[in-house]
Design a binder for this molecule. Structure first.
Ligand code: ZN
Length: 131
């Protein structure tokens, strides 16, 4: 079950999502985010997704949506690049927490690395915490 967090909650907890994973807007713009272990969604995106899911299915399924950058001007595309990078950072932070949970269960770096398609050494170098 996703958790709902206000900006104040995040400030106190220190490691909660800071942006919507769907529209890439920061929480300061979106307000409350519903958070799951690997993503967060704002009210506007959640309502849009709900409408999409509740809509009757067309006889012929729609093709996959166009890539979002196709509809953007160069300026709009460039404006979004840092947001996409922030989304990457948020996912990286989630991954780091999952790896920490695996380490807390005494799962070896070799097994974690294999799970992620990397060597034991690469997993350790990427996810070890500073002493
Ligand atoms: Zn959103």
């Amino acid at each position: 079950m996703p958790s709902e967090l206000s900006g104040t909650d995040r400030d106190h907890r220190g490691n909660e999502p800071f942006m919507c994973s769907f529209c890439l807007r920061p929480r300061q713009e979106t307000g409350v985010l519903a958070a799951a272990p690997t993503a967060a969604i704002c009210r506007e995106c959640a309502e849009g997704a709900l409408k999409l899911l509740e809509a009757p299915r067309p006889a012929d399924p729609d093709p996959l949506p166009a890539t979002p950058w196709e509809a953007l001007s160069n300026d709009e595309l460039l404006e979004r690049l840092p947001r996409v990078a922030q989304a990457r950072d948020q996912v990286e932070e989630h991954l780091r927490r999952w790896v920490t949970a695996a380490r807390d269960r005494n799962i070896s770096w070799a097994v974690i690395g294999a799970s992620l398609g990397m060597s034991r050494q690469s997993a350790w170098e990427r996810f070890r915490t500073a002493p």
